[in-house]
Each structure stands twice: as C-alpha cells, then as structure tokens.
Ligand binder design. Structure first.
Ligand code: CO
Length: 217
C-alpha cells in the first residue's frame, strides 16, 4: 500500500536518468560532500536553491526558514552555519530572500497571525527602524523594500556570528552574499557587494554597523 506513489515514481525516473548518464554519480556522492556554497533562503516552495542556481546534489548546503532569518539565538541556523564553515569549509554563504515574501508581508501587518509573529519580531523591528522610507511607498513596494532590507540585515547577522568572526580571524576565505529573487521572472539580483571580513572593518552599504536591529535578537 503506497501513498504519494507519483512522487516515488518521479524519484525512480530521476535516479535512473542520472545513473544512465553517470553510473558512478550516486556512489561517489555517498562517500562525501564538498559543497562550496551555503544557502540560507526562505521556505517558500517557489524558491528552491538547487534548481534556481542550476546546482546538482552535493553542490550546495541548504538552510531554509520563513523569511530567511538568521537570529543569533536560533541554534538551528547557527548549527548549520558552523557545520558549513568549520567542517565543510564552504567558500560562499548566500542569503537569498525573495520579493513578495509572505513572512515579510506578515511582519508589516497590524494583526495577529499566530506563533509566526514571534518568529518575525526581528523583521518588525527592522520595519520600525525604516518606517519613514517604508511609509512613503505603496503597500506592495513597501513589502518588497523590506524584503531587501531584511536580506541585508540577515547577511550582517551572519557576519557578526562568532563563527564567521573566528573563521575570518583564522584567515579562512569566506564571502557572504546578499541576494534577492523575483518570483515573476526567476531572476536573482545581488543587493550589495559581498562581505569578506568582519563588519568592524567595513560595512556593506556604507552605513555604520550600528544601523540595524537595535532592539531585537
Ligand atoms: Co518568503
């Protein structure tokens, strides 16, 4: 008695196709992974990391949550970052948000959504910090601008973890990239130059590092 039989069928077709073109693919991949990239993105089903970057299994380590948040108190994301940096030794960390993000939109709405309101507290703080700019925009544009600001803030959070500061201190080469994806076009756009050293030496957007999340995380 099988349920989801169509998914299991899809899986066999996929596996057979890869075996046909490279009979050693799965055997080699099972031995070890050497991804060069860590992806931190939104859980949204329309933003699948491997597919939109054209990467195969084994090429990108992935963490996704609602609204691509990197909270310094979240052991889940910290564990993923530490494993990626210290063990897998990835060269690039990509924070990728997307325009029209439902989580970011919820953070801008003035009513209760449930448990997720706690998860989104940091983005609400960020929206208060940029209230003047956001209030001047039409509602959809305000959500999209907050999606961008959120990516930039989360990238700074990654840079400020002890994991990244220690890795850079050791001389490990890691770049943090701030990207945003547009659902309507399937195109990713970088939002800022990548960060390659601790923030007390530089900022990604020319503003002082104290400019974000003063009252959260
Ligand atoms: Co989203």
């Amino acid at each position: 008695m099988h349920t989801l039989i169509h998914l299991l069928d899809n899986n066999k077709v996929w596996s057979n196709a890869i075996n046909a073109s490279d009979p050693e693919f799965f055997r080699k991949l099972a031995e070890q992974q050497h991804p060069e990239y860590l992806w931190i993105g939104c859980s949204d089903s329309r933003v699948p990391a491997n597919q939109i970057t054209g990467l195969a299994p084994g090429e990108i380590f992935v963490h996704r949550n609602v609204a691509n948040i990197v909270a310094e108190t979240d052991f889940n994301v910290l564990t993923v970052i530490q494993y990626a940096v210290d063990v897998l030794k990835v060269r690039h960390i990509i924070i990728c948000g997307h325009y029209g993000c439902g989580g970011v939109q919820a953070a801008l709405e003035n009513f209760r959504h449930g448990m997720i309101d706690n998860w989104l507290a940091g983005i609400r703080s960020l929206s208060r910090l940029h209230r003047k700019e956001l209030d001047a925009l039409p509602p959809d544009a305000a959500v999209d601008r907050l999606c961008e600001l959120n990516v930039l803030a989360q990238a700074r959070h990654v840079a400020r973890t002890t994991i990244l500061e220690d890795a850079w201190e050791r001389g490990q080469l890691i770049s943090i990239h701030s990207w945003i994806y547009r659902l309507e076009t399937g195109i990713i756009t970088p939002l800022a130059p990548c960060m390659q050293k601790p923030l007390h030496f530089s900022t990604i957007d020319g503003r002082p590092p104290a400019d974000d999340f003063p009252d959260s995380h």
